[in-house]
Design a protein around this ligand. Structure first.
Ligand SMILES: C[S@@+](CC[C@H](N)C(=O)[O-])C[C@H]1O[C@@H](n2cnc3c(N)ncnc32)[C@H](O)[C@@H]1O
Length: 251
């Protein structure tokens, strides 16, 4: 029996931030570039635009990313399903399609149910064992390919990075972002799991993005004092590693 997953409050400004609408470079890079990247990958791999493709968005939240992707692919016809563990996010999801409250670790779908699966910034809200299950589930329900984008730890010295970053989530002066049950895996940890499970993947892009603090500051409308404290606490660890993979169907 699975333990109930924590439901995280994503903040009051996700409508803009998850679309990358901000003057901040870090938010533009963390959120604003995904839709263009994802839609180009989709165009290169799903070439029969007369076909209706099945699409699953895992951890869709309110559908901010998927709405932007669809806007860039007006010629496509998708039959869409979205899932999230957060029932409020699912009920407020803006996408026209089937909406299901479900844990990414235990997706209520048959093998190879979806031509295309997308998932962005979901893994880190789960412990590492759960992240591995999620990746395996994504590969299981995928028929053609999945695009997974991950916000992860520093690949070069993950322990030192995590030691600092974990502190911001237990700080009494930052109650809006207090949380437990998260784990910041590195891209390499996820890839080791895929190698061990014989899951085929391609690493499309991995880049260090400065300003891990900025999404928290904007999403949770932190005060100036809180923003300064957050940036000071993070110091030279105020960055994340963004990695994008294409993941293929499990044989
Ligand atoms: C940072 S938001 C990202 C939302 C959207 N994917 C995007 O990139 O704009 C993370 C979302 O993942 C969901 N989530 C976290 N763990 C999950 C899990 N195990 N199963 C399903 N959804 C999960 C959260 O509820 C939240 O809505």
């Amino acid at each position: 029996m699975q333990n109930q997953k924590p439901i995280y409050d994503m903040g009051n400004a996700t409508a803009g931030v998850f679309k990358g609408n901000s003057i901040s470079d870090s938010i533009k890079q963390i959120y604003g570039e995904s839709a263009g990247l994802f839609s180009n990958l989709i165009k290169s791999k799903l070439t029969d635009i007369k076909k209706e493709y099945t699409l699953l968005d895992v951890g869709s939240s309110k559908g901010e990313l998927l709405a932007d992707i669809l806007e860039l692919l007006p010629e496509y016809n998708f039959k869409i399903t979205i899932t999230d563990t957060n029932p409020d996010a699912v009920s407020q999801n803006c996408i026209d399609g089937e909406k299901i409250v479900a844990d990414a670790e235990l997706l209520p779908f048959d093998d190879k149910s979806f031509d295309l699966v997308i998932m962005r910034y979901v893994l880190q809200f789960n412990l590492f064992e759960n992240q591995k299950n999620i990746i395996s589930e994504i590969s299981r329900v995928t028929k053609v390919f999945a695009i997974v984008q991950h916000g992860g730890a520093d690949s070069f010295d993950p322990e030192s990075w995590r030691e600092i970053v974990n502190r911001i989530f237990i700080d009494d002066d930052l109650p809006q972002i207090k949380r437990s049950g998260m784990y910041w895996s590195t891209a390499e940890q996820i890839e080791n799991h895929m190698d061990n499970q014989n899951i085929k993947y391609e690493r499309i892009l991995s880049k260090k993005i400065q300003g891990l603090s900025q999404p928290f500051i904007e999403r949770y409308s932190l005060s100036n004092e809180q923003a300064t404290k957050l940036r000071t606490m993070l110091g030279d660890k105020d960055f994340l590693t963004q990695t994008t993979w294409i993941i293929y169907s499990k044989e």
